[in-house]
Ligand binder design. Structure first.
Ligand SMILES: [Zn+2]
Length: 269
């Protein structure tokens, strides 16, 4: 017999207001994938759920199965990432991580790898000296975990080895084309410089963030790498992400942030 309620840990990925005081939440869980739940009266000051189910929070929650959406019955925050909340530029990156995880997560399908990746990334953000690198590593790992890892090592069409050179990523084919196959390709493509390719491959081979090390990547190459990821992700999702605009506005309001190797490059892609 199916239970009427369930209990899980989860990461609050997205929230939408509903009616006068309710909220619909998208929560990523390790065992059930993404669940969409209603938190009734959560926006009322006296609600016992209030403050526990905020965006980017890790929560323990209970919910009862509903016909369309499940109903949250209890919630207890486990980690509200105070170091991220106190810094607007970190918060914009954390919101981006959550929105991207939400876009790729499947409902009701176990997603331990994605859950671990998203929560590890939120822990890395305040501790890392290069927030840009954390975000690009997250994107690279996310693409692999979600089954969209771009083929960068050999030609996606014929499998031939690629010489060190500038290359073209075929967005629909999900990989790089050799010069011969490029001549016959008609799909949307993104140019990848030789230097950007080195960084993209390094990110792809780095299963853990500490494998990335501290590479010295110039601003120009960073913009190129970020541009490739952004174009490829948009092509998969067939849309832009809302938080891209949030990151851009935060970066523009903090001009000094650029020197820290942060998110300022978002404005150029
Ligand atoms: Zn080829």
């Amino acid at each position: 017999m199916r239970l009427r309620t369930y209990k899980s840990q989860g990461l609050v990925l997205r929230q939408y207001t509903l009616g006068e005081a309710d909220r619909i939440l998208s929560i990523l869980t390790p065992n059930m994938g993404k669940v969409r739940v209603v938190a009734k009266s959560v926006r009322r000051p006296q609600s016992k759920l209030r403050g526990h189910l905020d965006l980017t929070n890790i929560v323990e929650f209970s919910a009862s199965y509903g016909r369309n959406l499940d109903i949250v019955t209890e919630a207890q925050v486990r980690d509200d990432h105070p170091h991220i909340r106190s810094d607007l530029s970190l918060l914009s990156q954390a919101v981006y991580v959550c929105e991207l995880a939400d876009s790729f997560a499947e409902e009701r399908s176990p997603s331990r790898d994605l859950y671990q990746l998203a929560t590890v990334t939120l822990d890395l953000l305040p501790d890392s000296e290069d927030v840009w690198l954390v975000s690009r590593w997250f994107e690279s790992r996310l693409l692999e975990v979600a089954g969209f890892k771009p083929q960068l090592e050999s030609c996606v069409e014929c499998g031939s080895e690629l010489q060190p050179d500038d290359h073209m990523l075929d967005l629909a084919a999900g990989g790089v084309l050799c010069p011969q196959c490029r001549a016959y390709s008609i799909g949307a493509r993104v140019h990848i410089t030789e230097s950007a390719m080195r960084v993209l491959r390094h990110l792809q081979r780095s299963r853990r963030f500490r494998d990335v090390g501290s590479p010295n990547i110039g601003r120009k190459i960073k913009n190129q790498v970020e541009g490739v990821h952004t174009r490829y992700i948009r092509a998969i999702l067939e849309r832009s992400l809302k938080s891209e605009e949030f990151i851009r506005r935060v970066a523009e309001s903090e001009p000094y942030y650029d020197s820290g190797g942060g998110a300022a490059s978002s404005s150029s892609v």
